[in-house]
Design a protein. Structure first.
Length: 325
């Protein structure tokens, strides 16, 4: 059996879709569904068990002999969350408890880290573990992920680790099943909805002298590529460590808007608005994953281009009668 925490979330549900389509292995999901339509993220897939987070460790103990691997993707993922106790409990303490459980029970662990750990990028986006101590995340979410990464490296160096452990620093993922994230949805969804409503996309003005309006850059990665990397890590049991999960190519928000207009076959009209003052001082103007270590470890599948990913997202999901994977 494979357990996916956060399995009804964005990246988690896309992983569940891929895992249930692979073979007859049982897939268990741990998550909260709430009162909205998050349940639709997993409605098309045959999962073997659904676990409430408060019951996770009793469930793990009961099924300890059945669980081959844990994909730990559950987290408090809002980059604007201010409740530090809640974020640390969910993103650090819970992750550490899962690490220790997997270590005790010889269970493989693949978990989600984040590009938010790199902060403003002044120290680069290199996933070399020797450079991790110098990273300074800009927000609570990034810091919570960073302190777990640091502890994972410490525990691995002291040989207190699962038989396989892999952390993946996801960059700016986009794709189906992110609709429950509200204001944290990818800019692709936001642009699509704005263009559909009034024919205009709204992007932030630049408040940095080195970037023009809309010229802020991100490493945008199609969620299917994130899933491919996770499955590759799962299939290569010798792989251990923390790796970037991006495309290795930064693209601008203007590029993203152009791709949305093209996919929707609409004329381009972009309005630039002020970046909200509450996030202006913590805003990343550039992210680009250094993918050398993952490629050096043997990953050789090409990443989806921004234009192809946005077109697929718009055509197959956002503009369809059923946007769920």
């Amino acid at each position: 059996m494979i357990l996916v925490t956060g399995g009804a979330g964005f990246i988690g549900s896309n992983l569940v879709a891929a895992l249930t389509g692979r073979d007859d292995q049982a897939i268990a999901v741990c998550d909260r569904l709430g009162v909205d339509d998050k349940w639709r993220n997993i409605a098309k897939h045959s999962i073997s068990e659904f676990v409430q987070p408060e019951n996770l460790f009793s469930w793990l103990d009961t099924h300890a002999n059945e669980i081959e691997a844990v994909f730990h993707l559950g987290a408090s993922s809002s980059t604007t969350e201010r409740d530090a106790d809640s974020v640390v409990n969910n993103n650090f303490s819970l992750s550490l408890a899962i690490w220790r459980w997997c270590s005790r029970h010889d269970t493989r662990l693949i978990y989600a880290s984040s590009a938010a750990t790199y902060g403003d990028g002044s120290n680069g986006f290199n996933d070399d573990p020797e450079l991790s101590a110098a990273l300074r995340p800009l927000n609570l979410y990034g810091w919570s992920k960073h302190i777990f990464d640091r502890n994972a490296l410490r525990l691995a160096n002291s040989r207190q680790h699962p038989p396989q452990w892999v952390g993946l620093k996801f960059f700016n993922a986009y794709g189906p099943n992110e609709y429950h994230k509200d204001g944290q949805q990818s800019v692709v969804v936001q642009f699509f909805e704005q263009i559909a409503a009034d024919g205009k996309a709204r992007a932030f003005k630049s408040h940095h002298p080195d970037y023009e309006d809309g010229g802020q850059m991100r490493d945008f990665i199609w969620v299917g590529d994130c899933v491919d990397v996770m499955l590759w890590a799962y299939d290569h049991t010798h792989l251990n460590g923390i790796y970037n999960c991006g495309t290795g190519t930064a693209r601008s928000f203007s590029d993203l808007a152009h791709a949305c207009f093209a996919a929707m076959r609409q004329p381009e009209v972009i309005d630039f608005i002020d970046t909200p003052t509450e996030i202006r001082g913590k805003y990343q103007y550039f992210t680009e994953a250094n993918m050398a270590r993952l490629i050096g470890a043997g990953y050789d599948k090409p990443f989806t281009s921004l234009e192809d990913g946005v077109t697929r997202y718009v055509t197959d999901f956002l503009a369809s009668n059923d946007p769920y994977r």
